[in-house]
Design a protein around this ligand. Structure first.
Ligand code: NAP
Length: 531
């Protein structure tokens, strides 16, 4: 086995194979003020499953190079990468440059596995160690860009400059301003001739950190705790291993994800990745923080990018990027699922939101009133849908299909009117809904984002208005108990959680992505653990 193209024997790393499908290492940054604290963190990193530790000696207070480095390198439970990052490259060290380089030379002498040297001083540093560096100590020459991700040509030139210093390993860290910036990082990895670490920092760069395993990166960084990252956008070791199945990512792993903005709150990666793992399906599912759907789709057009879920606010833009659209999605005017057809690479759009939501409402009505003699328990009911966006359209069409009398209540009246006219229903504003109660026992579905995390104290409808409803459904699933549902329960209504809509449409999507039956109980358990 080799690590990137550095053979194992020369790096002295002992990697336990354990069924892993890639050789990309997980490196845990260790940042503390004392050597003892660093040793504790190293122990934790090993327990969590990291392969090596990056010892950030620029964080140490009262650093005494020889004794501290000797303890850190000799007592580390994992192989060490020694980094002494100066302020001028984004680190903490603000002292004399020659002393800094002396400490790095000492780390080499003491047998660190890797030493990081910044490109700006790499040539000078190499000249000083020529003929003195043991073969097994590898030098990483690094460059950090905290502003943006340059063009492919510019990064290519940067990599060539780094290689020309004699670097054993190239490290390029840029900043992702758009998610499409990751594509240039992947190109660097795919074309690199020497072991390379290429990462785009910041939230929009997360995919570069995870997919470095697919594109042959030498290592990726995983933090010990979420609150203590050495660079923006860094995932934890636990997320890499347990949420993203990092060890199972291979060169031919198919890429899926949920496209939205914001997307950090999404539980979908937990659900889909655990389903993929249970099914033995060679796929990964990522949170995709997308600003422009069209740019994303045009940039990631390779056959390995195969399937997406769409969420707020991109369901309508997603529809415009499809090559073919399912008739129901076309009616609704929004998609929730997109699949690249393997035979011709065409992008197919579907809307499976309504399947999940309507099934959950029907089940709850049946559980309370018994099954109707024929047809749907929604037939003939007055069905009020708050919101007229992607989810609102799905619910309104679903209700209409089941024979309900639909009312659409939306903040923007024009949108309510347009949707109501398509489902033969009535349109009102959200304000008017407060005093709208033509009959008792109505059904209410919230599809606005009012009450979603973090603004959990908000509710789209005052409590006084809820007494006219026999069942209240909320599409929001973070939190599970929204204020609307809590108040509906207080008023005696049956409540149906957004998690039910979410889980039901997730079953459908897993089946479409994998072609296999969804592991339903496992997915329910994962969702319960993560809400
Ligand atoms: P969308 O297309 O952007 O629509 C958002 C809707 O919310 C619009 O009707 C909008 O009204 C309304 N809205 C937003 N902010 C509002 C405010 N401050 N006051 C009143 N109305 C407001 O989003 P979507 O995709 O339909 O998603 C809507 C919600 O459903 C989200 O919370 C999403 O997480 C949830 N959802 C859940 C599931 C599930 O599986 N459980 C599936 C899909 C969606 P205007 O037209 O006036 O802007």
């Amino acid at each position: 086995m080799t690590l990137g193209s550095v053979p194992l024997a020369t790096t002295d790393l002992k990697i336990v194979d354990g069924g892993r499908k890639n050789s990309t290492l997980i490196c845990a940054p260790v940042m503390a003020e004392t050597v003892d604290q660093m040793l504790v963190q190293m122990g934790k990193a090993k327990e969590l499953g990291a392969d090596l530790v990056e010892v950030r000696i620029d964080y140490l207070k009262n650093f005494s190079p020889r004794s501290d480095l000797s303890i850190l390198i000799k007592q580390a439970p994992l192989p060490t990468l020694i980094t002494y990052r100066p302020k001028w490259e984004g680190g903490e060290y603000d002292g004399d440059e020659s002393k800094r380089q002396d400490a790095l030379r000492m780390a080499i002498e003491l047998g660190a596995n890797f030493v990081d040297v910044e490109l700006k001083v790499a040539q000078e540093f190499y000249n000083s160690i020529r003929g003195k560096k043991p073969e097994k100590v590898k030098i990483i020459v690094s460059s950090h860009n905290y502003e943006n991700t340059p063009t492919v040509e510019e990064i290519g030139n940067l990599v060539a400059t780094i290689q020309a210093t004699g670097a054993d390993i190239v490290k390029v860290a840029t900043t992702a301003v758009e998610i499409t910036d990751n594509a240039r990082i992947f190109q660097v990895l795919v074309h690199s001739q020497v072991p390379t670490i290429a990462i785009a920092m910041a939230e929009r760069g997360l995919m570069s950190r995870i997919l470095s395993a697919k594109y042959g990166g030498f290592l990726t960084f995983g933090s010990i705790e979420a609150a203590r990252v050495s660079a923006p956008g860094q995932p934890t070791i636990t997320d890499l291993l347990e949420l993203y199945n990092f060890r199972l990512i291979a060169a031919d792993t198919k890429i899926h994800g949920v496209i939205g903005k914001p997307i950090g709150h999404s539980k979908s990666p937990h659900l889909y990745n655990s389903a993929f793992r249970a099914l033995g399906f060679n796929g990964i599912y990522l949170p995709l923080l997308v600003d422009s759907v069209a740019n994303f789709i045009n940039t990631f057009s390779s056959p390995d990018f195969v399937g997406y879920s769409y969420t707020i606010p991109h369901k309508e833009d997603g529809l415009r990027c499809c090559d073919e659209i399912d008739p129901i999605a076309k009616e609704i005017g929004a998609i929730s699922c997109m699949i690249r057809r393997p035979t011709d690479g065409k992008l197919m759009g579907y809307n499976v939101d309504y399947l999940g939501a309507i099934a959950a409402i029907e089940e709850a009505l049946q559980a309370s009133n018994g099954a109707p003699a024929s047809g749907s328990p929604l037939a003939g009911k007055l069905f009020v849908v708050m919101g007229a966006g992607g989810a609102g359209k799905a619910l309104a069409y679903g209700g209409y299909e089941k024979g309900a009398r639909v009312v659409v209540a939306n903040r923007t009246y024009a949108k309510a009117k347009e949707l109501a006219s398509k489902v033969g229903g009535q349109a009102i504003t959200l304000d008017e809904l407060k005093d709208f109660h033509p009959e008792e026992g109505m059904i209410l579905a919230n599809t606005t984002s009012v009450g979603m995390k973090p603004r959990i104290e908000d509710s789209p409808l005052p409590k006084e208005a809820l007494k006219y409803y026999s069942l209240v459904f909320d599409a929001i699933y973070t939190p599970k108990w929204t204020r609307l549902l809590q108040e509906a329960k207080d008023c005696g209504a049956i409540v149906v959680f957004g998690t039910e809509m979410f889980i039901n449409q997730a079953f459908v999507q897993v089946e479409r992505f994998t072609g296999l039956p969804a592991p339903k109980q496992l997915m329910r358990d994962v969702l319960a653990r993560n809400t």
